[in-house]
Design a protein around this ligand. Structure first.
Ligand SMILES: [Zn+2]
Length: 368
């Protein structure tokens, strides 16, 4: 994707285009913003534009036709290098050959000027995962980079990075896109329905990367809709069913593999390590809780605004309107708060069975 085709991030893109146009790009950029906001997409588009041999001017962008651009399109431009963490950390051997093992991405590349494109670009994803030795070795490079090298560091949690690296970087903050804008964009560009686009944008909370991943996954809508139906059905459970419900939530979540969103998720899930399996389970329960929260947001909106509510699950509109009238807005809000609280607790490693029991009791034994 080229810079001009990117959704959102207008301010950041303009700043990058100005720098490209004036031939004054910094040696190191740091793109920050929430997971899934589109940091990698922007980094790749910027890299392509910076390496392009015959760029388009005002606004500056890659030509899409030169040797460098064609290689980007076929994922064979070796001078644009993406370095994701190896597991939970980004380690020094990913940069430099160590212990006689080749494979360091900066070794034997950084010292040579590019031959295909105009720049060598190194994109370091999740830069907050750099180990101290890796960060220090990188710092030496960032202090005096060759003129043809550009480093793009991407981070969700920049506060966890070495201050010395932060101070070397030109920082650009990426923020989520307004839901309506994102939803319209998804409908237009990916030819998906309004129901799908609205749900994906809302679930992604405006994070373009996440919305795109969902919209490109042919099973996602069905899986999300299935979880929504489950939530709608369970919203009318009698209190005595609450404990059965806790078990049902876990079973339901375990069946929602189509919604594993992060690239590493499916890998973790295939692994035999118990801790990885547990983590995948948590990811799925997290997804279910996030969808439940969206459903309850709809209940709350419908109980306040009735027919005029702008719902996320528009394909379940009638049922949501019917169910929502059975309780007060405050009572829906209270349930929504419990779901959000459970979602936050999940990240703090509490026991999943205990958490689901707690949530079920809160949801079903207090509103009767
Ligand atoms: Zn080009």
């Amino acid at each position: 994707m080229t810079l001009s085709k990117i959704m959102g991030h207008a301010g950041a893109i303009r700043a990058l285009q100005h720098a490209l146009e004036a031939d004054q790009i910094a040696g190191t950029y740091l793109f920050t913003g929430p997971e899934g906001v589109g940091k990698t997409t922007l980094a790749l588009a910027f890299a392509q534009a910076a390496a392009c041999l015959h760029p388009i001017r005002s606004p500056f962008d890659a030509c899409g036709k030169c040797e460098s651009c064609r290689r980007v399109a076929s994922a064979s431009q070796p001078e644009i290098v993406l370095i994701p963490p190896a597991g939970d950390q980004t380690q020094i051997w990913q940069f430099w050959d160590r212990d006689g093992k080749p494979g360091g991405k900066l070794e034997n590349t950084l010292i040579h000027s590019p031959v295909i494109g105009k720049k060598r670009v190194f994109i370091i994803e999740k830069a907050e995962t750099l180990t101290i030795p890796a960060a220090n070795s990188l710092l030496k490079v960032l202090e005096e980079p060759p003129s043809y090298a550009v480093f793009l560091l991407l981070a969700t949690h920049p506060a966890r990075m070495l201050p010395t690296i932060l101070s070397r970087s030109m920082i650009l903050r990426l923020t989520p896109t307004p839901l309506r804008e994102l939803s319209e964009y998804l409908q237009r560009e990916l030819k998906i329905t309004m129901e799908q686009a609205r749900l994906f944008s809302a679930y992604a909370e405006g994070r373009v990367g996440t919305a795109f991943r969902l919209a490109s996954n042919p099973k996602a809508f069905e899986a999300m809709d299935d979880l929504a139906r489950f939530t709608l059905q369970s919203a009318q459970l009698p209190p005595l069913e609450a404990f059965k419900y806790a078990e049902q939530i876990r079973k339901k979540a375990a069946g929602s593999k189509a919604l594993l969103l992060q690239e590493g998720d499916s890998v973790e899930d295939d692994s035999d390590e118990p801790s990885s399996k547990e983590k995948a389970g948590r990811t799925q329960i997290g997804t279910l809780l996030e969808l439940m929260a969206l459903c309850y947001r709809d209940f709350m909106a419908a109980s306040i605004l009735g027919e005029n509510a702008e719902l996320i699950f528009i394909n379940h509109r009638d049922e949501i309107l019917r169910l929502s009238s059975g309780r007060s807005p405050e009572s829906w809000r209270e349930s929504l708060d419990f779901i959000l609280k459970a979602r936050r607790s999940l990240d703090r490693n509490v026991s999943v069975p205990l958490l689901m029991d707690w949530l079920s009791v809160r949801l079903f034994c207090q509103n009767s």
